[in-house]
Ligand binder design. Sequence first.
Ligand code: ADP
Ligand code: ADP
Length: 226
Amino acid sequence: MAEVKLVHVAKAYENGPRVIRDATITVQDREFLVLVGPSGCGKSTLLRMIAGLEDITDGDLLIDGKRMNDVPPKDRDIAMVFQNYALYPHMTVYENMAFGLKLAGLPKDDIRQRVSRAAHLLEIDALLNRKPKDMSGGQRQRVAIGRAIVRNPKVFLFDEPLSNLDAKLRVQTRIELQKLHRELNATIIYVTHDQVEAMTLGDRIVVLRDGDVVQQDTPINLYNQP
Ligand code: ADP
Ligand code: ADP
C-alpha cells in the first residue's frame, strides 16, 4: 500500500527562482501516474524530491499519510530508474542487481531469489552473466529496472526511461512496462516528455508547465478536452 501525496510543494535551487511553485498532487495506491511537460518545466526536480535526492523548499511529501520530507532516501522504500541506466560496467547483470541488496546485508539466498524473480519478470534470465558492454540499450534498461524491482519498493519512480531507446524498442518496452505494473502491484510515478507514452501508460496524467501543475486528469478526459 502506498499513496504518495505532494501538498503545496515548492522548490528553489540555492538562491535561484522557484522551479516548482505550488504543486499539489495525490498519487493513489498502485496508480500509474505520468508527469508530462516540456523540457525544463520541473519534472525531474519533482521526482528527485520524492526520492529524497533534493530537499523540498516548501510544502510536504506524505507517503501513506506520513511526512517524509526529512527521511533519508534509503529509508523511503522508493526505487528510481534513470534514463541513462547507471549500471556498473565492471559487474555482471547478476552482480548489478545484487549489489544494493548485498550492501543492505540481505542473506545470500534471499538475494538470489529476488534476482531470479526480477530476471524472470523482465525476461533477462539468459543475460545474468553478461556485462553491460555486451548488451543492447534495451537490455541494459531492463537490468536497470531489475535493480529497482529487487528492492521490492512500494513506489517506483521512472525518469524518462525509454528516451535512449530506438522507436521500435521504445514501443516494445512500453508495452512491457504496462504488464510489469500489473504484476508488481506498485505505485508508479513516470516522467516523460512524450505525449504518446503519457497517453498509453498513464492511469492519470499530470501536466506541468514552468513549475506549475496546469492539468491533471485521465488520458481519455485530457484527450477529449478542446
Ligand atoms: P525537466 O525534468 O522537466 O526537464 P528539471 O526538473 O530538470 O526539468 O529542471 C527544472 C528547472 O530547474 C530548470 O530551469 C533547470 O535549469 C533547473 N535545475 C534543475 N536542476 C538544477 C540544479 N541542480 N541547480 C539549479 N537549477 C537546476
Ligand atoms: P560473493 O562474491 O560475495 O560470493 P556473488 O555475488 O559472486 O557473491 O554470488 C553470490 C551468490 O549468488 C553465490 O552463491 C552465487 O552462486 C550466486 N550467483 C552469482 N552469480 C550468479 C548468476 N549469474 N546466476 C545465478 N546465481 C549467481
